[in-house]
Each structure stands twice: as structure tokens, then as C-alpha cells.
Write a protein that binds this ligand. Structure first.
Ligand code: ZN
Length: 64
């Protein structure tokens, strides 16, 4: 879920993937912890570089 979470937090994740991540966060404590961590680190990362969204559609089917 890590690649999805970074996009999710960026607000760059389109539906239906965004809804999928929202649901997953509701049922996966590990990814909620990951989200909290990424939320903090992304603020720092964005100060120095932009993140390239994944083009490979297999990304969207990954769980965790
Ligand atoms: Zn998860």
C-alpha cells in the first residue's frame, strides 16, 4: 500500500483507488500507522522533490 498511500496523502489518487485505500485504512492498523508516518515524511519530501506517480497498473492491485 505504500505507493498508494503517498498518492492518497497527496490528494493525487483518483477514484476508485482512493475509495479502496480509504476502506483499507479502516481495516488495516498497519497501513494506518504507515499513513501517519508518511503524512509526516511527505511534508518534508515535498520541500525538495516531487513524487512520480506509478504508471504500472499492477500497483493498483497490490495489497499492502
Ligand atoms: Zn494494509
Amino acid at each position: 500500500m505504500r505507493p498508494l498511500l503517498s498518492l492518497y496523502l497527496d490528494g493525487e489518487l483518483p477514484e476508485p483507488q482512493r475509495g479502496m485505500v480509504t476502506r483499507h485504512l479502516g481495516e488495516c492498523p498497519a497501513c494506518r500507522a504507515e499513513e501517519a508516518y508518511l503524512d509526516k515524511t511527505l511534508r518534508i519530501i515535498h520541500a525538495v522533490e516531487s513524487i512520480e506517480p506509478p504508471r504500472d497498473h499492477l500497483y493498483w492491485n497490490r495489497r499492502c
